[in-house]
Design a protein. Structure first.
Length: 152
């Protein structure tokens, strides 16, 4: 009879230990899932607003590239050049051909827009307004924002 009582107590203690262990595991797993979700969400948000810094120099300006699908890529350009075109050529963000009107930009951030092939072109904007001068003749202004956008 003594053996039977000890067996019941031992079984009861083992069951209680298993219940407590499972409770800790459930609580611990739930907490880690929440932390991982929060970390993933903040990583996604920071990746979306990521600005790539390029170049070296005392002058700094914001530059945005908008592709044909409307995707935006933002840059911070640091330079000692006088014009936006020279600064962007220096950091190899633009490529083009010289024409009688200045630099005809055909490639920006590795993306080609060629009017002769598909009637698309790179439009140049200063502070959200269509630029009245070419990129190679536009003097860098402190605080100004520059953008190239594919248009048709």
């Amino acid at each position: 009879m003594r053996f039977s009582v000890n067996k019941k107590i031992s079984s009861w203690l083992i069951c209680m230990m298993l219940v407590v262990t499972m409770a800790f595991m459930v609580v611990g797993c739930g907490k880690n899932d929440t932390e991982n979700t929060t970390t993933t969400e903040s990583q996604s948000a920071s990746e979306e607003s990521k600005v790539t810094v390029l170049g070296e120099g005392n002058t700094k300006f914001a530059f945005t590239v908008v592709d044909k699908d409307g995707n935006e890529t933002e840059f911070e350009i640091n330079t000692d050049k006088e014009t936006v075109g020279d600064a962007l050529l220096e950091v190899e963000l633009i490529e083009g051909e010289e024409s009688e009107y200045g630099l005809y930009v055909k490639k920006v951030n590795g993306i080609t827009a060629d009017y002769d092939k598909d009637q698309t072109y790179w439009a140049f904007y200063v502070n959200g307004e269509y630029a009245s001068s070419g990129v190679d003749t536009t003097t860098i202004e402190n605080g100004a924002e520059y953008m190239f956008k594919v248009e048709k």
